[in-house]
Design a protein around this ligand. Structure first.
Ligand SMILES: [Zn+2]
Length: 249
């Protein structure tokens, strides 16, 4: 292991440690999650004080102390503090949910996970409409779950292998699998064909292309609810942000 690592990173979590230090959980540009101590960062005069809060984008230098097996942040410079997220609770809780999913799924296990998260934060930060924040949550979750390799194609029945027609409803049956109506069990979550078509249409697009695609609020709500439930069922830990931010997500 290299003792010194320089990386672009995003702060996911920050906790006070001791008198005036912070224990910071970072998502680095190679999609690794690193917990590192920022000495003195909670002190009022520390240059790291403003940067060691969620969800700052920074350029950082980390030092690994082999004796204590501990990472320390030796330098941080801010690249984007995302002021749009800090002044809007819907944006803040949406990003908090994404960060919690990353933390509880250990980064998702794909090297592109960081790039997807960074891009999504940037778009949510600049979003002008609440609806766009919801769309970005859906785009992110779909891509993240697919990227993590935990989700099968909903347009192919996981039980009988049949390709599901675009007019049909599919059912989430757990363990990353979708089924057609005749194969699904009783407790399966439903993704109706309008919701599925919205996913179909936007899944191959860039965010720039997908955001202007019009959809009604009920479809967006269905897709959002389904994907959050799927993420929750795959992670197996309760997502705290769903409770604390339930009014905004
Ligand atoms: Zn089937």
């Amino acid at each position: 292991m290299k003792r010194i690592q320089r990386s672009e990173l995003i702060v996911l979590k920050s906790e006070k440690s001791g008198e005036n230090h912070r224990l910071v959980t970072l998502f680095t540009s190679n999609s690794q999650i690193v917990r590192a101590l920022a000495f003195g960062a909670a002190g009022s005069k520390s240059a790291m004080r403003g940067l060691t809060t969620p969800f700052c984008l920074c350029e950082g230098e980390l030092y690994h102390d082999p004796v204590k097996d501990l990472w320390r942040i030796t330098h941080l410079s801010g690249l984007d503090l995302y002021d749009g997220i800090r002044s809007d609770l819907k944006k803040f809780y949406t990003i908090s949910l994404l960060a919690e999913i990353i933390l509880k799924s250990y980064g998702g296990g794909d090297e592109k996970a960081y790039a997807l998260f960074k891009k999504t934060i940037g778009f949510i930060d600049r979003a002008e409409k609440a609806e766009d924040v919801e769309k970005l949550l859906v785009f992110y979750l779909w891509r993240y779950l697919k990227m993590s390799g935990v989700l099968s194609d909903p347009w192919e029945c996981g039980s009988c292998g049949r390709t599901v027609a675009t007019s049909e409803t599919v059912y989430y049956t757990g363990d990353g699998q979708f089924s057609c109506r005749s194969c699904c069990g009783e407790s399966a979550g439903e993704l109706n064909h309008r919701a599925l078509n919205y996913l179909y249409m936007t899944s191959g697009m860039t965010f720039e292309e997908a955001l202007p695609v019009e959809t009604d609020q009920s479809i967006l709500a269905t897709v959002k609810k389904s994907l959050i439930l799927i993420a929750q069922s795959l992670i197996e830990y309760p997502l705290k942000t769903l409770k604390t931010g339930s009014m905004f997500i």
